[in-house]
Design a protein around this ligand. Structure first.
Ligand code: SF4
Ligand code: SF4
Length: 354
């Protein structure tokens, strides 16, 4: 296992970290597979990762990750606590709410989280999160009170992360990317503000969907060139722990064109790298629809179709009368967005009639 600095926190984390969604039990509406191991088994899986050199474990409150937070707390008691780094998160945007959740997390874990993230920050809540009395203010207070180690903002959106990284109260960022959805990682790599900041990467396996078309070695090796601190891998079985942490994978140069070529063996993907430069004045989140289209073909038909249906009909109508098509001006892939929206519309129609 190789290790990287976690920004300016003074912490050193394993290049590959343990994402705890797959060890949760119960019914939580999350995308990745989970295996509902009992606590002893879950602890043994986390220990196996630890024995391979993993020292970074990421979880969230029970409403999001079921009992994973409690299981991680049990595991933390079985090892020298100083040898692992725990990050936790909650989806609350007001200061009072997240302050309460952090105290509950400390109770559930039985130890202080080294990092605590405001989870799933987006355009609709970022002003509240970063504003006076918001969640970030509360995390900053909790850090000064010694109840958490460091503060974090987790988001799937580049513009939100860019805003957060410039805020001196933020110690660590968490964002998503993989060899297919690499556009945000490319932008982060080129942006000065992110240099030297702690950055945790999630969705390396795209919630498991990329395993199949690609091997674990390709998915991990293909992202190692990016300047993250630790890349989280969802692990729910001993076999997955072995595959994720049991081999030191070499970095791979895996071009976007090669990735697309591989996908084209089974379907015609939308060739979007998810850089998020396309902005639709009608508020349509183009990159998310393109991602769901690809996810649909990678084995999450029902889930992706449900997400796609939300505003697609309206967008399809807007696209047909949109003269300037401002979304296309910044697309480095030169995608003809309305045509791709049309393909998604056709897919949903066919799916609805199936
Ligand atoms: S072409 Fe469609 S997606 Fe692009 S800006 Fe116009 S309405 Fe939005
Ligand atoms: S459609 Fe183009 S601009 Fe938009 S996220 Fe994809 S690659 Fe980037």
């Amino acid at each position: 296992m190789r290790y990287r600095k976690l920004g300016k926190t003074g912490l050193v984390v394993s290049e590959l970290g343990f994402g705890t969604i797959p060890i949760l039990s119960g019914r939580v509406p999350v995308l990745p597979e989970y295996f509902s191991p009992d606590t002893d088994t879950a602890v043994a899986i986390m220990k196996k990762a630890f024995d391979y050199g993993c020292n970074f474990y990421d979880t969230a409150i029970p409403e999001e990750y079921g009992d994973a937070e409690m299981k991680l707390g049990v595991f933390a008691k079985t090892v020298d606590r100083k040898k692992i780094v725990i990050s936790d998160k909650a989806r609350f945007y007001g200061g009072g709410d997240i302050y309460r959740e952090v105290l509950r997390s400390v109770d559930n874990l039985g130890t202080k989280p080294d990092i605590y993230f405001v989870h799933q920050v987006d355009e609709s809540n970022v002003d509240e999160v970063l504003g006076k009395g918001g969640a970030l203010d509360a995390l900053y207070d909790l850090k000064r009170e010694g109840k958490i180690g460091f503060t974090g903002i987790a988001s799937h959106y580049y513009d939100v992360l860019l805003r957060a990284v410039k805020d001196p109260r933020v110690d660590v960022l968490q964002g998503s990317g993989n060899i297919l959805e690499r556009g945000m990682l490319d932008r982060i790599s080129g942006e000065e503000a992110f240099k030297g900041k702690g950055f945790i990467l999630n969705k390396v396996y795209a919630a498991g969907l990329l395993i199949g078309p690609f091997s674990v070695a390709e998915l991990i090796g293909g992202i190692l060139g990016y300047p993250f601190s630790s890349a989280l891998l969802g692990v729910g079985t001993f076999e997955q722990a072995e595959a994720a942490f049991g081999t030191e994978y070499p970095p791979l140069t895996f071009s976007f064109e090669e990735v697309l070529k591989r996908l084209k063996n089974s379907f015609d993907p939308i060739e979007c790298a998810r850089c998020q430069r396309c902005v639709c004045p009608f508020g349509h989140e183009i990159h998310t629809s393109f991602r769901q289209f690809n996810y649909f073909h990678l084995g999450k038909e029902y889930w992706a179709a449900g997400k796609l249906k939300m505003d697609l009909e309206q967008t399809y109508a807007h696209c047909r009368t949109c003269e300037d098509k401002p979304c296309m001006k910044e697309c480095p892939r030169g995608l003809y967005v309305p045509e791709e929206i049309g393909r998604i519309h056709g897919l949903l129609e066919a799916y609805g009639n199936a």
